[in-house]
Design a protein. Structure first.
Lengths: 241, 241
């Protein structure tokens, strides 16, 4: 069951099952059990004290969110030594997206761990949030270095495929239009059929024009394909990929 | 001049003046001088290599931004043990605001350190950005713990007045209206004069109604004061302060 021999206090603990779960998740035994209990306490199951104060995992979630962002920033900084900060920022957002965190928490079995008084009707955010709170708890209990090790070896390497994430959103035309709208730029597609009679299938050429400037040119066997290729080139320029 | 005796290599370095500056800023001598040189290199003074790759401080700024946010999150988490995450998030945003970072960088003398080919016409952001890049460089050179120590002892304790920042934006009415617009809530002020004839000055009473629900009540010797007090109460509820 255990790779490492548990500390003596484990055998005397009333929280044996909980400690076993933390060990399974993190690979270590906590010094401070309470902080991990709090990490799994959803707002709806808050513990009240002093009349107007409540204990739940929201503060730990705030802390864990920041620590997670720092570790991922560090990881990507080394992983992509020649990529620009625009690319790194985008990749980080994909790694720590709400959906991604919820999914990881479910894979780790947070359904069995989170204490909540709420009916979980469709929203999985409480699991992703508890996952961030767990990171906050590890940081408080073990410090930055061990938290970083936990995130890299038990989360990124096991549950995240960096190369897949690079390819997310490959609808370049939609992305480019979204970018243009966000930045209030005028966007135009200039499509034409290539004048090559010796080929069987006509080749389409598309140009993307942003605020009057040609930013991308693409070809394809359909107008759609040509526009996608032109958009990809333009996106590469505007997003620094 | 020096509190600590510099390492031997200092005396043989061609970068004596630069090392002295880093020592003045951080209290230590860097292991890796280059990373600190990069931290002060603005995009406009990028060093090109391999034809299409550029070295400047933008990647370090991305890294430093994340590390700074984590350290401040940690600091506030301990500093305010009973405040909710909404308050902590807001305080952090004030500490790491663009203006605040620019101001700190100027106080630290970044004007003399940043290498740039740009005419600095009005924008001080390049100093604030270089300050974040410096944090990235310290993190790479010395690790998280020393970076945290640097941020707390040399930045927060010397340049940031937490109590002043709590009081920033005390125009509660504007803040509440902004909040309502952002969250698409209907906001109304219901003002009346208090029916107290024995007092000299009439007392005003104001109620703030958000989506039909009274969220705050305030009194004052003017309508304005009553509205401010009512707004403060309502803000306290909606922002978890």
């Amino acid at each position: 069951m255990f790779k490492h021999i548990p500390p003596v206090k484990y055998y005397f603990s009333r929280n044996k099952e909980f400690l076993r779960q933390i060990y399974r998740l993190t690979g270590f035994y906590p010094r401070n059990i309470s902080i991990f209990k709090i990490a799994f306490t959803h707002k709806s199951a808050s513990i009240q004290f002093d009349n107007d104060k409540y204990i739940n995992n929201e503060r730990l979630e705030y802390l864990g969110d920041a620590i997670l962002a720092a570790v991922i920033a560090d990881y990507l900084f080394s992983y992509f030594p020649f990529k620009k900060e625009g690319f790194l920022t985008k990749m980080r957002a994909r790694i720590v997206s709400r959906e991604q965190l919820n999914e990881i928490a479910l894979k780790l079995g947070f359904q069995q761990l989170v204490v909540s008084q709420m009916k979980i009707n469709g929203t999985k955010n409480i699991y992703g949030n508890a996952f961030e709170a767990l990171i906050g708890a590890i940081y408080i209990d073990k410090g930055y270095k061990k938290t970083k090790k936990f995130i890299i070896s038990r989360i990124i390497k096991k549950h995240i495929n960096i190369n897949d994430l690079i390819l997310v959103d490959s609808d370049y035309k939609s992305q480019l239009i979204e970018f243009a709208q966000k930045n209030k730029l005028e966007i135009q597609f200039d499509d034409s059929e290539a004048d090559i009679t010796e080929q069987n299938s006509p080749t389409f050429i598309s140009k993307v024009i942003l605020n009057g400037q040609i930013l991308g040119t693409g070809t394809g066997t359909s107008k759609k394909e040509a526009q996608q290729n032109a958009s990809r080139e333009a996106l590469g320029k505007v997003l620094d990929i």
